[in-house]
Design a protein around this ligand. Sequence first.
Ligand SMILES: Cc1ncc(COP(=O)(O)O)c(C=O)c1O
Length: 433
Amino acid sequence: MSEAQLQTNAAGHLSIGGYDAVTLATEFQTPLVVYDVAKIRQQIRDFKQVFNEENINYAVSYASKAFATIAMYQVVAQEGAHIDVVSGGELYTAMQADFPMADVSFHGNNKAYAELEMAVDAQVGAIIVDNFDELAMLTTILAAKDTRVNVMLRLTPGISAHTHEYDQTGQTDSKFGFDIESGQARQALDFVLANDRFQMRGIHAHIGSQIFEVTGFVAAAEKLVATIVEWRDAIGYEPEVINVGGGFGIRYTTDDDPIPASDFVKAIIQAVKQATATNHLAMPAIWIEPGRSIVGEAGYSLYTVGTRKVVPDLLPYINVDGGMGDNIRPALYQAKYEAILANNPQAPTTRKVRISGKYCESGDILVYEQDMPAVQTGDIIALLATGAYGYSMASNYNRNPRPAVVFIENGAAKVVVERETYADLVRLDRSYL
Ligand SMILES: Cc1ncc(COP(=O)(O)O)c(C=O)c1O
C-alpha cells in the first residue's frame, strides 16, 4: 500500500483524511464507505494543471458512474470540472446538486426516448450520441420541441487498451459507438451536419479501463485526428473537440504500479499537438473523462470482523459485515483489493487469509489471499482504494441495507449518503393480500 493510503495516528489506528478509522466505525457503524475529499480534489486539480500548463483548451469531465451522489457532484462543481452521466438517474442526481447543465455530457449506448427528452430539456452541454437509432430519436425530439442540442459522436476507433477483457470497449466489435473503419462514423457525421438542430461539437473515443500505459491513448488520439483529417479533406469539416475518454489506471494493491495521471494527459496532448501540426489542423480542445482515477484511491470501505472459519491446510476465512452488496467488483471480475487491520495497521502479519463477505454466494470474497496480522472478532478492517465502482454498483442482495457514505475533509466527517434502513428495503414493496 502507498504511504498516502496508510497513515496512522497517535492511537495506532488508520487515519483517513485526519480522522480515526476506528472512531468512524463507532460513530457511523459498518460497513461504511469513506472518502478523503482532499484526494478527490487533488486528482481533479492534477489533471487540470497539466492542461493549464500546456495552455490547452480542455475539459476534465468526471465519469460519474464511478461514484454518483449529490455530494460528489457538488465537489466536482466546486473544482470547476465537467461530468459525464449515463442515465436519467445520474442526470437527475446532478440536477438535485445544482450542477451546471452546460458542463454535463450525456453518454450511453441505449438512452431511452424519455432520457433523451430529459437531457434536451435540461440543455446539457453535449449528448454523446452512440448509434443511428439514437440520432433518429433525437431528430424527432428536437423537431417536436423546436429546439437544438449540442452533440458529440462516440466513435469506435478499433483500439482496445491492454486491460481486463470486460473493460474493453474500444474494439470494433463493441456495443458502443459508430465504427470508423466501415464508414459508419462518416455517415453519422453527414446525418448530424445535415440537420441544423444538431450542433456538432466533437468526437469521442473510450478505449478501456484501468490502463497503465500511454500507448493506447496516443494511438486513439492519433486515430481521432486521422479521422478529422479525412473529414476535413472530404467535406471541409473539423470538429472543435477531441474527447479521448477515461480509463487511467490506479493503485488497488502493491502489485499495481500506475504512472501519474498527469503523464497520461501529457502524452495525449503531445500526440494531438503533433498529429494536428503535421496535418495542418487547428488544435482542437481536448476533453478527458476520468472516473476511477478521481475517486478510486480516495475511497475506503470499513468493515467489522464477525465470524471466522479455520480449516486445516486451507486459508482461514475472515468474515466481515459487508461484501458483494457494497462491492461486487471482486466477485464480478476478480478485482483485487488490499485490506488492512484499521485498528492496528502496523501489526506484523502472521498468515495468509481470505476476507469474505456475509452474502449467500461462495463467490462473495473481497480479498482472495493476503497476509494479515492475527484478526479477532470485532476488529475493523479497511479495504483500500474502493472509491470507484463500489458504492455505485451496490445492491440490496439478500435484503441487506446499503452502507452509509461519509466524506472526510479538514478533519471533519459528514454523512453524504445515509445508511439504508430495513424500512427503506420494503419502501417500494406492495402487499399482495
Ligand atoms: C465513455 C466512458 N468514459 C469514461 C469512463 C471512465 O473510465 P474510468 O473510470 O476507468 O476512468 C468510462 C468507463 O466505463 C466510459 O465508458
